[in-house]
Ligand binder design. Structure first.
Ligand SMILES: Cc1cc2nc3c(=O)[nH]c(=O)nc-3n(C[C@H](O)[C@H](O)[C@H](O)COP(=O)(O)O)c2cc1C
Length: 167
């Protein structure tokens, strides 16, 4: 049986929610990471991913400029990086200069990978669609990487950006 409630109450049942870090370079060639909970795989052949970025975030400009982005699945010990990249704007600071997070060059697009992530995906920008207060960017995955060591993924486990691994 179901009981009708406000959206804000029902949506709190969504956890755990996956978290990713998307990275695109700005017009000065500076890679800018953004932490995102709202993301999904949208096609298998070809493989494609979508990310929802709020209007006004600097990442809108970086993704539009470079027409590509990478998506990292952060590992469970990367919560501090995810919170830093998800609370500062690349409009104000160089996030990779201010937070120590090892990167590697992407192979197929002009962006970077996160060396300690569980996996990284390189995407070429295929489309963007406005959706309320966010813009959905769809990328085609042109290269994929996994960590050479076993690592657990990081998830959003509750409201207020609570981050942890899940068993
Ligand atoms: C755990 C977590 C999840 C987030 N999910 C999203 C999201 O799905 N979409 C979004 O636009 N911002 C999301 N944010 C907020 C952005 O990461 C944050 O506003 C960031 O500072 C924007 O950076 P930018 O201005 O450099 O693009 C999230 C933040 C955290 C910590």
């Amino acid at each position: 049986m179901q009981k009708q409630v406000e959206y804000g109450q029902a949506i709190k049942t969504k956890y755990p929610e996956q978290v990713v870090i998307a990275i695109a370079k700005d017009k000065n060639g500076r890679a800018n990471p953004i932490t995102l909970g709202w993301t999904m795989i949208v096609s298998g052949t070809p493989p494609m991913m979508a990310i929802a970025v709020a209007s006004g975030h600097y990442s809108i400009e970086t993704i539009r400029h470079s027409k590509c982005f990478t998506v990292a699945y952060p590992s469970s010990h990367m919560a501090d990086a995810a919170l830093f990249f998800g609370s500062k704007s690349g409009r104000d600071i160089d996030k990779f200069a201010e937070f120590d997070c090892k990167t590697e060059s992407a192979k197929a697009v002009d962006s970077v990978l996160l060396a300690d992530a569980v996996a990284n995906f390189e995407c070429t920008l295929e489309s963007e669609t406005p959706a309320g207060d966010h813009i959905i960017f769809v990328g085609q995955i042109v290269a994929s990487h996994i960590n050479t060591e076993p690592k657990k993924r990081l998830y959003i486990t509750g409201p207020g950006h609570k981050l942890d691994s899940v068993s």
